[in-house]
Design a protein around this ligand. Structure first.
Ligand SMILES: [Zn+2]
Ligand SMILES: [Zn+2]
Length: 404
């Protein structure tokens, strides 16, 4: 793609942003991406004992991938719930938000900084220390998280930057216990929801203080990268979201690319023992960091001024069309691939690669949980999503000190 065409692409993008105005609340890959990640992981292990059981319940596994967003975060429909259920949901919502991200750069002042890889509570003192060392950087990139006392960071300061890696590990442990106890539907519940948090860790904007490009003049990129481009691609391939079941009808637009990356990653990485899980999640976070700068650069920079002028000229008419044009342009933009230096990748290609990498880790963790439980014979049958009662059975993040 020529420089000129790329510039045009960039300009279109900025236009979309301006035209979009308020973007929806950040969800983390959106429902399409999360479902694709679990469906991709299932593709890798469908021939195994566990894989066959999950495959029998594929729609449930797909639906569980969005439970942490759809069922565990508060939504406008909650107001229709009976008083006690409403209160219970609000309490879950308060716990839930910071479980979906881990702002690695809040701790890492250099790429070499080592992060704790054991139990969360054991890592807290080191995480507090690293936050203190990085206080100036945090205040600069996200002033809302400025440390009150940089000499004495607290547990609360730490949890504010997210705990998704340990949330993933918690659900892994719960799945192992359920498998050992022969509670297959519970195991499906934990393995399916675990895929959500692992998936969040491959979204580069869930791994940085600059989570919405707010510090790089690329505000709005979070939703556009994780959701808008994928929905655009999906709809382009005639897929649709069923609003009752919350399931996407197909993943044709992305599936082959996601699975190809996942297979390569699985072949290169092999199995994962429990004690390696946090460091494998950290590796997933690390590979995503390289994409943040190229993506934010493509999404904004000097183009904003140009686009503002264009918008004024058009008197901001036909918003939706402009927005969609911009999203489509961003999706197809070709960027130098920072991980594979000789290559170019489209923005959609980058999203597919990221989803594929998390599909691989999800598959490895599913297999690992099954083996850690002693590779039991599974008394597997077809279950319904409703029977799991996911709100009543909410697993509270008890790995965080003080959470009961
Ligand atoms: Zn998000
Ligand atoms: Zn999430």
């Amino acid at each position: 793609m020529s420089i000129m065409m790329r510039k045009t692409g960039f300009h279109l993008l900025a236009l979309a942003l301006l035209a979009l105005g308020n973007v929806p609340a950040a969800f983390g890959w959106g429902s399409y991406g999360h479902q694709q990640i679990n469906v991709g992981a299932l593709e890798l292990i469908k021939g195994t004992v566990l894989g066959k059981c999950l495959k029998l319940n594929e729609k449930v596994v797909q639906r569980l991938s969005v439970t942490p967003d759809v069922d565990w975060k508060a939504g406008p429909k909650d107001k229709e719930l009976p008083e006690d259920e409403y209160k219970a949901k609000q309490a879950i919502d308060r716990d839930e938000h910071s479980l979906h991200f881990f702002e690695e750069d809040a701790y890492k002042s250099t790429p070499e900084t080592k992060l704790p890889s054991g139990a969360f509570k054991d890592g807290v003192p080191e995480l507090e220390r690293l936050l203190g060392e990085n206080a100036d950087h945090i205040a600069e990139v996200d002033p809302s998280k400025k440390l009150k006392d940089p000499e004495h960071p607290t547990l609360d300061d730490v949890t504010k930057h997210g705990t998704a890696p340990w949330r993933s590990l918690q659900l892994y442990d719960l799945a192992v216990a359920a498998l050992k106890a022969g509670e297959v539907s519970k195991a499906i519940f934990y393995l399916g929801t675990m895929g959500h948090y692992v998936g969040d860790m491959s979204q580069p904007f869930h791994a940085t203080l600059d989570f919405d490009g707010q510090a790089s003049d690329a505000k709005g990129i979070h939703h556009v990268f994780e959701e808008a481009i994928l929905e655009t691609a999906a709809k382009g391939a005639d897929a649709h979201l069923d609003h009752d079941t919350r399931l996407w009808s197909s993943f044709e637009a992305t599936h082959d690319e996601v699975v190809a990356t996942a297979r390569r990653e699985l072949a290169a990485a092999g199995g994962v023992a429990r004690e390696k899980i946090i460091s494998e999640i950290t590796r997933l976070l690390d590979t995503g960091q390289a994409y943040i700068a190229p993506l934010t650069e493509a999404f904004s920079k000097e183009n904003r001024a140009y686009c503002e002028a264009q918008l004024n000229e058009k008197k901001q008419s036909k918003h939706e069309k402009i927005a969609q044009a911009v999203i489509t342009a961003f999706m197809g933009l070709s960027l130098p691939d920072p991980v594979h230096e000789s290559r170019q990748s489209s923005v959609l290609g980058i999203a597919n690669a990221r989803m594929g990498e998390s599909s691989a880790l999800v598959a490895r963790m599913w297999t690992s949980a099954f083996e850690a439980a002693g590779s039991p014979a599974l008394n597997c049958s077809k279950i319904s999503f409703e029977s799991l009662d996911v709100v009543k059975n909410y697993p509270r993040p008890t790995y965080i000190p003080g959470v009961k």
